[in-house]
Write a protein that binds this ligand. Structure first.
Ligand code: NSS
Length: 463
């Protein structure tokens, strides 16, 4: 089946190695011979012509094999080649309005690089979410998951570029920690050589240490929450983009978030328009986002909710039901600020004018999506922090190093954490957080998690 590369005689005939995105962007002149490599993602035949839909990571391209060009034997081979086999194709590019993406490749030659097994488990029919999670390592090849992964990558690129351009330093902190940042109820314990450690819930406490070294800083890292709540927006392992800013009060923090999120939205509307459209999100929805975002005090939010008939008492945290109701009232992101002490973690600074509320802020995404960012001003005074740690029933010994930060050069500072999957979910208009990440970890379901199946599979192979 192999054909030889390098048998072409005239140098101008030599095929140009190209990606599918090169072809689709129109940068390859029509008629120019190109060579692409990719996976056979779909195929159909009609009257002496086989249409191969090829995928190479940069896009999808319709490639046309004709019996009169390739001959019977080769065409039959292409008609039978299992889906997900890998091919190298050489041919010329043609603009064709009927082809998806507006271009197609007329195949002159091909080489099979890998023959897939004929039983590819994902067919062109409805599969339930459980099956697709189990087969996630294959399902990420789908157009939907591809679009999401591309948007996610562009979102993180936009976030990093804004932070880098504004003088933030990227830093890393441990995942294994000794104490809670966001309450003990959602900690994942780990045995650390006979001592108890936990998977981190947040980088924040270390972020507060970093500001006295590198100043404005951020991290992008996994956070872990042993969430019992099985909702469409909770993962047990999620990616957390956290920012910490010295000499910054709540007002300054809200302004930073306004600009940061606006930049990401505009970049996506501009650079991921096609993928967003495929996912059902109009890029104009993101282009419309402009600072400053509406600001709503917690008190007002509770009044609005009670007026809507939602059960909520002042002092309680906003449940997802509450957030959904509030977030359905807006078509741009908005802040809820000044949460009561009872609804927030120990480190939040009480409002000096009204100590029962904190200088905190959540950013909620519109259209019912709800919280994507949590943050606020931190307690900077040693005594107040110690008192809050005790008040929450935490052991000050677990926070000794953190308390040290208030002894040696403590200043006013604020920060926030963006749930990457929450933002991806909103911008991609997804109805479940599991699709905002390639391999989701959920309470009850995990994707491509073979440990329990492996011994069985080995046993079968051995018998
Ligand atoms: O608990 S947060 O509201 N805040 C913090 O962890 C702070 N320590 C962050 C900081 O100030 N540096 O979580 C922040 C965000 C929240 O708004 C969500 O978008 C996301 O993290 N988050 C989650 N995403 C997915 N799954 C789960 N379980 C989850 N929990 C929080």
């Amino acid at each position: 089946m192999r054909w030889k590369v390098g048998t072409l005689t005239r140098s101008e005939d030599r095929a140009l190695p190209a990606s599918i995105s090169d072809v689709l962007s129109g940068s390859v002149p029509e008629g120019r011979k190109v060579r692409i490599r990719g996976w056979l993602s779909n195929r159909r035949s009609s009257g002496g012509v086989v249409f191969l839909i090829m995928r190479d990571g940069t896009g999808w391209l319709q490639c046309v094999a004709r019996r009169d060009v390739l001959g019977d034997k080769k065409l039959d081979e292409l008609e039978k080649l299992p889906i997900e086999s890998v091919l190298e194709l050489e041919g010329s590019v043609r603009a064709d309005k009927r082809a998806p993406g507006g271009y197609e490749l007329s195949i002159d030659r091909y080489r099979i690089l890998s023959v897939a097994w004929p039983d590819y488990p994902i067919a062109k029919k409805y599969h339930g979410p459980d099956f697709l999670l189990e087969k996630r390592h294959l399902w990420i090849r789908s157009k939907k998951m591809w679009c999401i992964l591309i948007v996610r990558s562009k979102l993180l690129k936009a976030a990093r570029s804004w932070l880098d351009e504004h003088g933030y330093v990227e830093v890393q902190a441990p995942i294994l920690t000794a104490s809670a940042c966001e309450g003990g109820a959602t900690l994942f314990p780990v045995d650390y050589f006979g001592r108890k450690a936990y998977l981190t819930q947040s980088w924040q406490l270390y972020g507060e240490a970093f500001i006295a070294s590198v100043g404005k800083c951020y991290t992008l890292a996994p956070s872990f929450r042993a969430e019992k709540s099985r909702t469409r927006r909770h993962l047990t392992e999620y990616w957390h983009l956290e920012v910490e800013i010295p000499f910054c009060d709540l007002k300054c923090l809200l302004k930073v978030i306004d600009e940061f999120i606006t930049h990401i939205c505009h970049e996506l509307a501009d650079k991921a328009a096609e993928e967003l459209r495929t996912l059902g999100r109009d890029p104009a929805d993101l282009a419309r986002v402009e600072p400053p975002f509406p600001r709503l005090k917690y008190d007002e939010a509770v009044e609005m909710l009670q007026a809507e008939g939602v059960q909520i008492e002042w002092g309680e945290d906003l449940t997802w039901t509450c957030e959904k109701v509030l977030a359905s009232e807006f078509d741009v992101p908005f802040f809820v600020t000044h949460f009561p002490k009872t609804a927030k973690a120990f480190y939040h600074k009480p409002d000096p004018e009204r100590p029962e509320v904190t200088l905190s802020a959540d950013l909620l995404a519109p259209e019912g999506y709800g919280e994507i960012i949590g943050g606020g001003e931190r307690i900077d005074d040693y005594e107040t922090l110690l008192a809050r740690i005790r008040e929450e029933g935490l052991d000050p010994a677990d926070y000794e190093w953190y308390l040290d930060l208030r002894k040696y050069g403590s200043i006013q500072h604020s920060g926030f954490g963006l749930g990457v999957e929450r933002m991806v979910m909103w911008v991609c208009k997804l109805d479940h957080i599991r699709d905002a990440i390639a391999f989701p970890r959920l309470v009850r379901r995990r994707s491509s998690w073979s440990t329990t199946m492996m011994p069985m599979a080995y046993a079968l192979v051995r018998s």
